[in-house]
Design a protein around this ligand. Structure first.
Ligand code: KIV
Length: 275
């Protein structure tokens, strides 16, 4: 059955954990969907994972629509959330609504995600008012990497922890149905989770959150540029893929592939006429 924002609200009420993984293409989305994961995030991490950028800054609305629509075609049950990329919502409330609308109409998102706290609450409210569910994202927000000066745990000082809690309450008040907490100390994320009525989805924020999200290529051991401390590799798919690619290379070069069973026949009569 298709998961919705109501599934998220009910899970929080019942104290049931929510699961989310990223995906950027049809086949991966289908596998994730079939495994029973509640939600698929078409993260702007596609800039790193799919496009090889060093950050998420260059990702465009067109990129998100292109990959989002592919994921949506593969996700029959999971709630599909598409990230709003850098400068698609910060510029104005109008831009935010127009671009969120494109992600829903053209990308077939069930919801959108955007980064930031109180400063983007007018955008969250306007998008929600136009009928598009919004997931907020606080803590280490990768689109602000230049302002943070690197990938760092957020909310460690009293002032920063207070700001994070206030931002979480503000995005809830603005209408967000969930909030991702990225790279936040576990005890702070647990406290925020207890104070909020909407579910928190943690990534590097400990087990006290209402759910967890990971980049699929990280948890499968496919993305080797860097591996954050919070990632558990549930499989070593990267090594399995490399071994299979090398085996294919060897088989073709030594002539053991393709075999007769991999080929198509033609009648000798037809062939003879060509000589
Ligand atoms: O872009 C992304 O994949 C994300 C997750 C890391 C939460 O925002």
């Amino acid at each position: 059955m298709k998961k919705t924002v109501l599934t998220f609200a009910q899970a929080k009420e019942k104290g049931e954990k929510l699961t989310m993984l990223t995906a950027y293409d049809y086949s991966t989305a289908k596998l994730i969907d079939e495994s029973g994961i509640d939600s698929i995030l078409v993260g702007d991490s596609l800039g790193n994972v799919m496009l090889g950028y060093e950050d998420t800054i260059s990702v465009t609305v067109e990129d998100m629509i292109h990959h989002g629509a592919a994921v949506a075609r593969g996700a029959k049950n999971a709630l599909v959330i598409i990230d709003m990329p850098f400068m698609s919502y910060q510029t104005s409330v109008y831009d935010a609504v127009v671009n969120a609308g494109r992600l829903m109409k053209e990308g077939r998102a069930n919801a959108v995600k955007l980064e930031g706290g109180r400063e983007v609450c007018p955008q969250i409210k306007a998008i929600v008012d136009s009928g598009i569910p919004v997931c907020a994202h606080l803590g280490l927000t990768p689109q602000s990497i230049n302002a943070f000066g690197g990938f760092k745990v957020q909310g460690k000082s009293e002032a920063a922890a207070k700001k994070l809690l206030e931002d979480a309450l503000a995005v809830q008040e603005a209408g967000a149905f969930a909030v991702v907490l990225e790279c936040v100390p576990e005890k702070l994320a647990t406290l925020i989770t207890e104070k909020l009525d909407i579910p928190t989805i943690g990534i590097g924020a400990g087990a006290g959150c209402d759910g967890q999200v990971l980049v699929y290529a990280d948890m499968l051991g496919m993305f080797s540029d860097f591996t954050p401390k919070f990632v558990r590799k549930f499989a070593n798919t990267g090594e399995i893929m490399k071994a299979a690619f090398a085996e294919y290379d060897k088989a073709v070069k030594e002539g053991s592939y393709p075999e007769a069973c991999h080929t198509y026949g033609i009648s000798d009569d037809v062939l003879e006429k060509l000589y």
